[in-house]
Design a protein around this ligand. Structure first.
Ligand SMILES: Cc1cc2nc3c(=O)[nH]c(=O)nc-3n(C[C@H](O)[C@H](O)[C@H](O)COP(=O)(O)OP(=O)(O)OC[C@H]3O[C@@H](n4cnc5c(N)ncnc54)[C@H](O)[C@@H]3O)c2cc1C
Length: 496
């Protein structure tokens, strides 16, 4: 028994994505016993890359924000003890983190380059939209504030309600309507809300501003694969005495008289534990609970009714490295409507890879669920040739579009394409949702305080509890540990 936390004996953590691993590292660092149960063969969830033709293809980490000293992710990595073990390269040395390309012939300008640093971002907005200085004053103020709050870790300050920011709970779309911004300025701002899977018109402004600020503050690419990052975190956990049990899919969470008592694995094995943290989607946790008596029907209804973020379709292809050198920034090709909203976009990255003479082209776009509906009842690897053809057709179309934008690709070979169904089966995300529950303004109440449940000893972590992305998910982990320990114990024991 841990003398500091006698009430917390074994803490079972379900899921070994960044949510489960970071929660486990924080708790293991306090000397607690934290077995992590993972359904897959290896730990890491969406962090894990996969290999095709000897090339590492990324899934859930294309770039990271806020790793400069004093910034939020750096503070998290320092606390978790992994900063020096995860090699990264700073983006934007040549002045650009992201290049936004808009449909020619719509509004102007057709290109917007997102620079690193808040001052440079503000300057870029002012130069690009000279007629909208007043609007930019109003837009930039809360983004700066969001950066301060983010790096100051204000989310851990339980009584830190800042009433001057209540306005920021409104959707950014509505705020921009009131400010009467031009359609193009609206589109430029809409990209950050699509990173987190919420349309601008329904995206709470503080949430948008936090996402945007996290990348403008500083952006980085991994200098290792996502799988190596997962291995580093898993290794760190083991060093602290934690353990990860792979091929251990949790089927049921046992609850008696509204108190959690343990879990049952698919294999039938029973594991007892007075505390369980589900670092998986809340609907997945709900499905594991007894149908009757464990939670109120209203809770069941609330969680089952939450709308999730969309899925993602992605293609990885290798191309000739001499003709197509690495591009040190991300490229977004953006569809817009008349008002400047962004119904869809394509994300492109060209990076060095393990094979000499070859670079890796990665494309991401929305999941287009309707295309995969005929295979919704099938599992990965058993979907047949028609599905493979449908995937390759869409992959080919996306490649042709990329060629129109960049240049015809020499020696291109498609390595792989995955659909929302792939992600659904791989990490158990309902409907293949990429970023978990949708944190929209219209779901503000339904998605509030998702890390707590009415079952004693049962908590949630992972990207759905606070925000998606590596930063948002680790924020959720600290917040869940704070809930578990109580604010006072948290303050005394966790010095971030
Ligand atoms: C295509 C894509 C690109 C992205 N790009 C970026 C990016 O560039 N930068 C960024 O910051 N973020 C990015 N993200 C978001 C980021 O990857 C996620 O927010 C984050 O990794 C989610 O972590 P998680 O731990 O909540 O979930 P997951 O990584 O999904 O982990 C959940 C784990 O639980 C396991 N599990 C599920 N059910 C069970 C069960 N019953 N029993 C046992 N185990 C179970 C799963 O196998 C999985 O390992 C991207 C996401 C996607 C989908």
């Amino acid at each position: 028994m841990n003398p500091l936390f006698p009430a917390l004996q074994k803490i079972l953590i379900i899921g070994s994505g960044i949510g489960g691993l970071s929660t486990a590292i924080i708790l293991a660092g306090l000397g607690l016993e934290v077995p992590v149960l993972e359904k897959n063969r290896r730990a890491g969830g969406l962090l894990c890359s996969y290999t095709r033709d000897g090339i590492e293809c990324e899934v859930g980490v294309h770039y990271l924000g806020s790793l400069d000293r004093g910034q939020i992710l750096r503070r998290f990595f320092d606390y978790l003890g992994v900063t020096d073990r995860i090699p990264v390269t700073r983006m934007g040395e040549d002045g650009i983190i992201d290049r936004y390309l808009f449909e020619p012939g719509t509004h102007q300008p057709a290109i917007f380059d997102l620079p690193p640093g808040m001052n440079r971002f503000e300057e870029q907005l002012r130069v690009t939209f000279p007629g909208e200085q007043k609007q930019i004053d109003e837009i930039i103020k809360p983004i700066r504030k969001a950066a301060d709050q983010l790096h100051g870790l204000d989310f851990l300050d339980t009584d830190g309600n800042d009433f001057s920011l209540l306005d920021q709970c409104r959707s950014l779309g509505k705020i921009l309507d009131d400010l009467q911004v031009s359609p193009r300025l609206r589109s430029v701002l809409a990209i950050a809300s699509s990173w987190i899977g919420v349309p601008l018109g329904d995206c709470p402004a503080f949430y948008h501003n936090m996402a945007l600020a996290s990348y403008i503050s500083s952006s980085w690419r991994l200098n290792c694969s996502g799988s190596t990052m997962a291995d580093v975190l898993a290794e760190r956990l083991r060093e602290l005495g934690g353990k990860i049990i792979t091929m251990a899919q949790v089927r049921r969470i046992h609850v008696q008289k509204k108190i959690v008592t343990g879990v049952q694995l698919n294999s039938g094995e029973e594991l007892a534990g007075g505390t369980v943290i589900g670092a998986v989607h809340p609907k997945v946790v709900l499905d594991m609970l007894p149908r009757k008596g464990a939670v109120r029907p209203s809770y069941r209804q609330r969680i089952s009714g939450i709308k999730d973020t969309h899925g993602i379709f992605s293609v990885h292809a290798r191309i000739d490295a001499d003709v197509h050198p690495e591009i040190p920034y991300n490229i977004f090709k953006i569809d817009t409507d008349r008002r400047g909203n962004v119904p869809d976009l394509r994300y492109y990255q060209i990076r060095k890879c393990e094979r000499k003479g070859t670079n890796l082209l990665s494309i991401l776009t929305s999941g287009r669920d309707e295309l995969w509906a005929p295979w919704a009842e099938t599992r990965t690897g058993r979907r047949g040739q028609k599905y493979v053809k449908a995937k390759m057709d869409l992959a080919g179309q996306l490649i042709r579009e990329a060629e129109e934008l960049l240049s015809p690709f020499k020696d291109l070979k498609i390595l792989d394409a995955y659909t929302p169904l792939t992600l659904r089966d791989w990490v158990n995300t309902p409907g293949g949702s990429a970023y978990g529950v949708q944190r929209s303004a219209s779901q503000m109440l339904a998605t509030a305080l998702l890390n707590r449940t009415s079952v004693k000893g049962l908590y949630l972590a992972g990207q759905s509890v606070m925000a998606p992305g590596i930063i948002g998910t680790i924020m959720g982990s600290f917040s869940t540990v704070q809930l578990l320990l109580g604010p006072e114990e948290f303050k005394v024991n966790i010095r971030l």
